[in-house]
Write a protein that binds this ligand. Structure first.
Ligand code: HEC
Ligand code: HEC
Ligand code: HEC
Ligand code: HEC
Ligand code: HEC
Ligand code: HEC
Length: 393
């Protein structure tokens, strides 16, 4: 049980690995970059800053009234008291339902995953498409109906692609974090805040290739590598070919069968107990719940055509239509097989890989199946969507 009780630690983290001996010119270059990043580019709010009272309340009472009011205009805005003495729940702070996708309180910036901002959404999407507060109308198929929304999925119960002989999260239990959640430690008995304890105050951004704690994992998704773009003005967003996050991918998906065999448990149960993708990839993260959509047998037995399901964590082959996809497009992003130190605006067939988030968003979109575009409107000879990669169709 020790492993699951691990707490976030500051010491011992080395973002780049390696000692870098004998690379002085390179280091001076890094020093210049560091000075530019720290002193010239304005504060990026990566780590929690500001008054404790912006986020915590000691007794949840001031002049006899509750203080835990974040998100209180929404059904999930509880008057508290909340765990860790917080002024809101996960969705209370992150889903205020207001007109801004980033809410500033004092000098704390809180990214919003449920909002009405017409100028676009953060990279994960917007749960407000599910309820119809934003977009073309309510639909449970537009997103992950986390239980915090209070609006369970009426169509799906199990995650499609779940191994047939395995339980785990379902429509009645799927949560933001903790046991049956996506963010934080995913382990039996953990509440969402227990799953994420310590992460906010230690949060790291930029290139994340350790992911042995929640705070140094991509977006608090324990075990997932990636690059978090926190350029001022573009925080938490995929804006264009120059300003976007970078996702980590591999050259083959999970090697698991349906039904699961006993030797295959550690693909998702790293260390035996908690759940994370052993491959550290974004598609593997989705695969921890939608396993058969991300398994060699599920896609057709190997990493080459013909496939029986659309592959993920396979390389865009060279010598064909994929060679023409050269400028990174945030409408069909690719994953990288090594996490870059900065966003790259190019796509390279033979190297980059297709992932679940090439076609889907993580939280919710305005289209069925959390897709980035309306699949029913994509036609041969058209543009966008599938054709960003399949340039010859
Ligand atoms: C911008 C919001 C925000 C501010 C400001 C803030 N906190 Fe927190 N704090 C959180 C959140 C969210 C959590 C719970 C989730 C987590 O730990 O990641 C938390 C957790 C904690 C915890 C328990 C987990 C841990 O890291 O040990 C302590 C103790 C804590 N905060 C103390 C403080 C103190 C003291 C201050 C002021 C110096 C402060 N916080 C300011 C948001 C904030
Ligand atoms: C913790 C488990 C879990 C993880 C991780 C997870 N999902 Fe799901 N997913 C579910 C469950 C449960 C459902 C069915 C209930 C629902 O849609 O709310 C679902 C439904 C879906 C649906 C269908 C939505 C609908 O209502 O028709 C899509 C598409 C999907 N997931 C894609 C993804 C992608 C892409 C990822 C990775 C970014 C991912 N999932 C990660 C549990 C998970
Ligand atoms: C008191 C308000 C508050 C609560 C409650 C809270 N958060 Fe946050 N959260 C913040 C703020 C402020 C930030 C931005 C600062 C940062 O990146 O640490 C943030 C950032 C994040 C991020 C982005 C981290 C990154 O990679 O940049 C995630 C993911 C997240 N929170 C998830 C959660 C989850 C899940 C919960 C519930 C278990 C939760 N938060 C509860 C205030 C809150
Ligand atoms: C494709 C990924 C994956 C594989 C492979 C996998 N599991 Fe799981 N398992 C999960 C997820 C996701 C959960 C839910 C996480 C949680 O409990 O918080 C889970 C939870 C569990 C639980 C807790 C019961 C529950 O429903 O919460 C047990 C027991 C378990 N798994 C056993 C196994 C065994 C035994 C194997 C090998 C035969 C296995 N798992 C393989 C993903 C996987
Ligand atoms: C991020 C790039 C990307 C996007 C976006 C994408 N694909 Fe693919 N697709 C691939 C790759 C890579 C392969 C594997 C090609 C190979 O190995 O021959 C593939 C293979 C296929 C195949 C052939 C399967 C086989 O058996 O050879 C079909 C059909 C297909 N995709 C359809 C689609 C459709 C329809 C969409 C839109 C819903 C789409 N793809 C979106 C990258 C992409
Ligand atoms: C090439 C684009 C593409 C990729 C990559 C992709 N999907 Fe999908 N996904 C779709 C489309 C399109 C649908 C709509 C149903 C269909 O056409 O099969 C869909 C539907 C789904 C559904 C809903 C199934 C249902 O029964 O309602 C789930 C769950 C899902 N995808 C999960 C994933 C996961 C997990 C991954 C990565 C392992 C992934 N998808 C990768 C395009 C994609």
């Amino acid at each position: 049980m020790n492993i699951i009780k691990k707490r976030a630690r500051k010491e011992g983290y080395n973002r780049r690995g390696g000692s870098g001996k004998g690379r002085r010119p390179f280091f001076s270059f890094l020093a210049v970059i560091f000075i530019i990043l720290v002193f010239i580019i304005p504060e990026t709010f990566a780590v929690i800053s500001g008054q404790c009272s912006n986020c915590h309340t000691m007794h949840n009472s001031q002049n006899g009234s509750p203080m835990a009011t974040y998100g209180s205009t929404q059904p999930w805005g509880s008057p508290g008291p909340n765990e860790m003495l917080l002024r809101g729940t996960c969705l209370g702070c992150h889903g205020m339902g207001v007109a801004q996708k980033i809410v500033t309180i004092g000098n704390s910036k809180i990214p919003q995953v449920y909002h009405l901002d017409a100028s676009g959404d953060l990279a994960g999407g917007n749960f407000a498409y599910i309820t119809g507060d934003k977009g073309t109308g309510a639909s449970d198929t537009k997103g992950h109906n986390v239980i915090e929304l209070g609006n369970l999925d009426d169509i799906l119960y199990w995650p499609p692609g779940k191994p047939s002989n395995h339980g785990g999260p379902n429509a009645a239990t799927l949560s933001c974090a903790g046991n049956y959640g996506c963010h934080g430690w995913r382990v039996g008995g953990y509440s969402p805040l227990e799953g994420i304890r310590g992460a906010h105050h230690l949060n790291q951004d930029g290139q994340l290739t350790l992911a042995d704690e929640v705070y140094n994992s991509y977006r608090f998704l324990k075990g997932v590598y990636g690059y978090e773009n926190m350029t001022a003005g573009y925080e938490w967003q995929n804006v264009n070919s120059l300003y976007h996050n970078e996702y980590y991918g591999a050259t083959q998906p999970f090697n698991i069968s349906d039904p699961l065999q006993s030797g295959e448990c550690s693909v998702c149960h790293v260390g035996g107990i908690y759940v994370e993708p052993s491959t550290h990839t974004m598609s593997g993260f989705c695969g921890t719940c939608h396993g058969m959509f991300h398994s060699l047998t599920g896609i057709g037995g190997d990493t080459s055509s013909p496939f029986t399901r659309h592959p993920t964590d396979v390389v865009l082959p060279t010598g064909g239509e994929f060679d023409a996809y050269t400028t990174y497009n945030v409408d069909a992003p690719v994953a990288r097989t090594s996490v870059p130190a900065a966003p790259s605006s190019t796509v390279t067939s033979g190297t980059d890989v297709v992932m679940c988030l090439s076609c889907h968003v993580a939280h919710a979109s305005d289209y069925p199946d959390l897709l980035r575009w309306d699949y029913s409107q994509i036609t041969t000879g058209g543009s966008g969507g599938c054709l960003i990669c399949h340039t010859g169709k």
